[in-house]
Design a protein around this ligand. Structure first.
Ligand code: GLA
Length: 409
């Protein structure tokens, strides 16, 4: 799928958009409300990682209640996103109906809004979604209008069947044409959403193929998946998280790399792994979309997800994504530049033994561009710390040291 250069795709995407937006002689319009969404990485909860296809209206209402009761809403988790499997069939006029799990989407949206939250939904440009439910192909404007009428605030748009059913059927063996079709499909929904006049976050899900970071922002994407699906194992989280190095220059207010939703609290992840996962996603300015079992969340998981200092790293107003400072043995050292000249440093022990195999690990501040002892705050203990050059750092298996330095030298 790499045949068509991403620069070409970016040009293509903006050509589609400007052709539609510019009518000679008309005055400039005021900025689109879409420009105002996702000024920091979206935060919320999505149904897929815990419920997958089992999610119901009742679960979404319970999640809304829990986001409020646990303090997660007040910590910033605003979007309550329904993933795949809410769809039934279209009627004779093409209107897509909800299935029996979601008897009244407008009433559900009203309920979610009444809790001070926003609501998201899921579809895709193909005839079917990844779960085999009805997609939006040929009904983009109609669906976008319906979402706006329901009061939807966020759309995740998942490529899936568009690949075999449109790209491969219409342009067999022509990768460039396949890519053109894919970009056109995302442009189509982007324009349909804009035409509703409702600010709706547009989340592109096409698994990071063909450098979406280079073309997705030009077509109005607020976030784009950079990888295939996450799962609740340390190995998958580490592979995804650490492969984000180098993507930092593509992210910024209104447009974010999306290394997929959080697995904090899911599967058999240890608390150290949950902490490292959350820290790394914060360093990456990643969307923080929790995906855990909210009614049964343990106090330890809640403490991780609502750690305000770590959330503040993720939501930093400068919007500069962090990147790898250096890696040594099985130790990853990441840095992120923050507003006001501050800096966040994360040291993660990826070794599968109980201790660093590179033990003892000594932090090299010069490799991070820092000189001499740095005063900071350990964001997981809440204590003041000093980072000095060559200091030994002791971390248990898959654990993290995350430090904020307000005045780095
Ligand atoms: C794809 C996406 C997942 C989820 C499922 C739903 O796999 O990448 O995040 O939305 O589809 O079917």
């Amino acid at each position: 799928m790499r045949a068509f250069s991403s620069l070409c795709l970016a040009v293509l995407a903006s050509t589609f958009l400007t052709a539609a937006a510019q009518t000679p002689g008309t005055p400039k319009k005021s900025p689109s409300p879409h420009k105002l969404v996702a000024q920091t990485p979206p935060m919320g909860w999505n149904s897929w990682n815990f419920f997958a296809e089992r999610v119901t209206d009742k679960d979404i209402r319970a999640a809304a209640d829990q986001l409020v009761a646990t303090g997660m809403r007040d910590a910033g988790y605003i979007y309550l996103n329904i993933d795949d499997t809410w769809e039934a069939e279209r009627d004779a006029s093409g209107v897509l109906h909800t299935n029996s799990k979601f008897p009244d989407m407008k009433a559900l949206a009203d309920y979610v809004h009444s809790k001070g939250l926003k609501i998201g939904i899921y579809s895709g440009p193909g005839p079917k979604t990844c779960g085999g439910y009805a997609g939006s192909l040929g009904h983009e404007e109609q669906d976008a209008k319906m979402y706006a009428e329901w009061g939807i605030d966020y759309l995740k748009y998942d490529l899936c069947s568009f690949i075999p059913e449109v790209m491969e059927k219409q342009a067999p063996n022509d990768k460039a044409e396949q890519m053109r079709l894919m970009v056109a499909a995302y442009v189509k929904m982007s324009k349909a959403l804009k035409a509703t006049g409702r600010p709706i976050v547009f989340s592109l899900c096409q698994y990071g193929w063909d450098a979406p970071w280079e073309w997705a922002p030009t077509l109005g994407g607020n976030l784009w998946r950079t990888t295939d699906d996450i799962n609740a194992t340390w190995d998958r989280i580490a592979v995804i998280g650490f492969s984000q190095a180098g993507l930092d220059r593509y992210a910024g207010p209104g447009h974010w790399n999306d290394p997929d939703m959080l697995e904090v609290g899911n599967g058999k992840l240890t608390m150290a792994e949950n902490r490292s996962h959350f820290s790394l996603w914060a360093m990456l300015a990643a969307p923080l979309l929790a995906g855990n079992d909210l009614p049964n969340m343990t106090p330890e998981v809640k403490a991780i997800l609502t750690n305000r200092d770590v959330i503040a790293i993720d939501q930093d107003r400068l919007g500069r994504q962090g990147t790898r400072g250096y890696a040594e043995g099985e130790v990853e050292v990441w840095i992120r530049h923050l507003a006001g000249g501050a800096l966040a440093v994360a040291v993660i022990n990826c070794a599968d033994n109980d201790r660093f195999s590179t033990h003892p690990f000594h932090l090299n501040l010069a490799r991070l561009g820092l000189h001499g002892t740095q005063k900071g705050k350990d964001l997981w203990t809440g204590k003041d710390v000093e980072l000095s050059d060559n200091m030994p750092v002791e971390l248990a298996k898959h654990d993290v040291l995350l430090v904020r330095i307000d005045a780095p030298k």
